[in-house]
Every structure is written in C-alpha cells, then in structure tokens.
Write a protein that binds this ligand. Structure first.
Ligand SMILES: Cc1ncc(COP(=O)(O)O)c(C=O)c1O
Length: 433
C-alpha cells in the first residue's frame, strides 16, 4: 500500500515514541492519517471570512444551517448542534465529558496517560476500526469461545482476521485464565491481538477481582517475554455488575499503564449503558505505559482518519442529545433507577434457578453475574429443538447458539421471568428421551 507523506510522518513519530505500537499497527493502520491538508485545512482557513464558499453543507441566507422546519420543529436542541456535520473526532464537549466519566467510573485511571476518546458510530464501528488499525488479513485474534456473534462479521468478514478461541470457563466455573495464557504462548514471539468483553455477551459473566488480577499477570508476563499485545476491551455492558467481589471497573484500568508492550484499547459507549441502542455513538480510548500525550494524539489522529474513511463522522444529533443528558442533574439518578430494574431481574432469575430443583434435571445455568444476559446448558435436548418448541407451543423466544440457550433478562419483564424459565423447562422436558 502506498503510504501518504502525512501518514509517514505520524509513523515516524510513533516509532520514536513507542516501537511496540508501531509494530502493532496493521498495514492499513500504518497508511491511515487524518488529513491536515486539502479540503479540511482549506475550510479551516476560511472560517470567519466574510464569504466562505468552502463547506460541503447548505446554509440559509443568514448563514445558519439550512434545514427543513419539518425536522427542526421536532428537535428541542439548537439546530447548529444537530444539522451540520460533527467533526470526525466527535464533538469536543462530548469527548471531554466521556473521558471525565471514564475516569470517574474507573478510579485508578490517570488522566494524562489515556487518550481523549474518539467518537465512532457506536461499538460495532469502534470494533471495526480496531480491526482496521491493528489487524492484517490472517492475523489471529485471541478471545474466549463464548462471544458476541457479530465478531465474526466484524473481524473475519470485514477485516479478514481469524478467531483464535479458548474455552471461556475452566472446570471450576471460573474464567479460564490458563486458556488465555496458552493462547498467548502459542506461535512465535511477536504481535498478539486479544479481545476481552466483560460483562460478556452471551454469558453475562464478569471475572472476579482475583481473576482479573490473574488476567493482568498473564498479559504482563507475555509482554515481559517480548510479545507486543494490543488488548481490545469491548466494554459494551460496562457498569452492569450485580454482585460483590466481581470486578466492577473496566479491565482497561488494569492494562492502560501495565507495560510498554501492551496497548490497551477501550471500546465503549452509551448504547447499552445509557439505553440508547439506536443513537449509534461509541468511543475508542487508548492507554499504554509511558505513553505520553503526543502518542495519544497520534493514535487519535489515525482513529479519526479511519472514522473519516468509513462513516465520515457520527451523528451530530445523537452526540448533542447525549451531551445535553450528561449535563442534566437528573441523569445520574435516572440511570441508577434503570440499573436497579436490571439488577432486580437478575436477582429474580438467580432465585428461580435456586428454588426450582427440578430444572437441574434438564438444564444448568452457565456462570453469570452481570450484563443483559444469562445462558443455560441443556442436558437432554438440543438448543435449537427447544427453541422451536418454545416458539411454537409456548409463545417464547430465546437465542440458541453454540450449544447453549441465551436468555435476555434485560428484555423480560419481571413478572414474566418465572413463566419464561418454566416454559424452557417444559419444552426441554417434552424433548427429553
Ligand atoms: C459485546 C457487544 N459488543 C458490542 C456490541 C455493539 O454495540 P453497538 O450497538 O454500540 O454497536 C454489542 C451489541 O449487542 C455487544 O453485545
């Protein structure tokens, strides 16, 4: 791939600042840059001039954003925060507010050594950008074998990576840290790509505080042995932890400053945390030991270049609405009340499974303690057969994947939870030999 001089300049600076980061970038990651010349810089030069005929938007005669009343009349936000393009990096106020929130929610983080989040078209797009920046075709991405199905499309189809899976749980029902260690030790010393997603989709599992320590140690040891590791942290369900002793911060907190061979990439957003699935706003934030502001800024530039190359910029309306919500006094308490609804459903599910001894003849839950979901492993029937019976006879929908059934308690009203599990039980029993 021919590399533009602006990208060369960024790459040269990355190499001087941290060789490992330079080695972790993919071919496309090396080639990308945020254009400082051309249309964008010429538009910036014209800002504030009497006549500015540079921008690719339409303005009214008075210079405000052109828009249809039919649309602006429905939105209770200043139209200049809605109708124009947002910057490819994201709205500056939102980026700053999200960074502040990340630091507040993850007490060990140090402001100076993490980047300013770059706004993406929600987490799916953020994960795609990770594939773009760090994955060459054929590279392997290490992750547990119970994962969000869309990773296949994102990493394998869109970015030509290969999944390198280890068993999610060990024989004691804990996170399989040894599986991760084995995968890190596989193959020659060099670049490794790891993806961690807690709370996990589909299992609803977040490692305990001790398990997180062991994951941290495993990554540290591998980095000390000379491997260069990019850890993609999918924090889609961040904050939805319901038990004591479960790691409640993002694992990014353990990794952002761990070793100069470990680049921690936090992919997060308000999609699940703030219950705005359709807004399509997410963030990518970087952290690496001894990383300074300059390195962070270069990674932000490359990320914004990849945003510009793929979606140009994320929805201005969604970003402005979100920022307005963050600035509202009732935001925190409202969010806490929704968290409580999910937590009480979680507790209800645990109670049902504890009390209904008969269920154990037909299924067992996989370990779960957080998030939107829980999974069950059937003992005497196939998941797809059970799913079909549930649909046809019990008017109940669940997901059958990877030999298990995934139940979204996030989407099931509390007063339907007993019935939901009873239906699964009846369906499984009816299919048992
Ligand atoms: C683990 C995980 N990551 C990422 C996403 C995608 O989130 P978004 O809707 O923000 O693209 C999902 C959505 O289901 C998910 O379960």
């Amino acid at each position: 791939m021919k590399i533009n001089a602006q990208a060369e300049e960024l790459n040269g600076r990355i190499k001087k600042l941290n060789r490992s980061v330079a080695e972790l970038l993919s071919e496309k990651g090396r080639a990308i840059y945020f254009p400082k010349k051309g249309i964008l810089s010429q538009s910036a030069d014209a800002k504030g001039k009497e006549i500015n005929a540079t921008i690719g938007m339409a303005l009214e005669e008075d210079g405000s954003s052109m828009c249809l009343k039919n649309l602006s009349g429905r939105i209770n936000i200043n139209k200049d925060k809605v109708f124009p393009y947002a910057p490819s990096y994201g709205r500056p106020g939102l980026r700053a507010a999200w960074k502040k929130k990340i630091i507040e929610k993850n007490s060990l983080l140090k402001e100076a050594v993490i980047s300013l989040p770059v706004v993406t078209g929600a987490l799916t797009h953020g994960l795609n950008i990770c594939g773009y920046l760090f994955g060459n075709p054929g590279d392997k991405i290490i992750m547990p074998d119970l994962f969000w199905g869309n990773y296949r499309l994102i990493f394998c189809n869109a970015n030509e990576l290969e999944l390198n899976l280890f068993k999610t749980f060990d024989d004691n029902g804990g996170f399989n840290v040894n599986g991760l260690k084995e995968k890190l030790a596989e193959g020659p010393e060099g670049k490794k790509i790891v993806l961690l997603n807690f709370p996990n989709n589909p299992t609803g599992y977040t490692p305990t505080v001790d398990e997180v320590k062991m994951i941290r140690e495993a990554l540290l040891k591998s980095a000390e042995e000379g491997n260069k590791i990019v850890v993609i942290i999918d924090d889609a369900y961040f904050g939805l932890v319901y038990e004591e002793g479960i790691y409640a911060r993002s694992i990014f907190t353990e990794l952002f400053n761990l070793h100069s061979n470990i680049l921690a990439v936090k992919v997060d957003g308000p999609t699940k945390e703030d219950y705005i699935w359709g807004f399509r706003v997410g963030f990518i934030t970087y952290g690496i030991k001894d990383g300074n502001e300059e390195l962070c800024k270069i990674l932000e530039d490359k990320t914004a270049g990849a945003v510009r190359a793929t979606i140009s910029n994320a929805s201005n309306l969604s970003q402005s609405l979100l920022l307005a919500a963050f600035e509202d006094d009732e935001y925190d308490s409202e969010k806490a009340s929704k968290h409580e609804i999910l937590r009480s459903r979680y507790i209800h599910v645990k109670k049902i499974l504890k009390e209904k001894e008969d269920y154990k003849n037909h299924f067992e839950p996989l370990p779960f303690n957080s998030g939107y979901f829980m999974c069950i492993k059937l003992k005497k029937a196939g998941p797809e057969e059970v799913r079909q019976v549930l649909l046809k006879k019990y008017s109940t929908g669940v997901i059958a994947i990877n030999g298990i059934i995934r139940v979204a308690f996030s989407a099931t009203p509390d007063d339907k939870l007993d019935k939901l599990f009873d239906n699964i039980y009846q369906a499984a029993k009816s299919l048992a030999p």
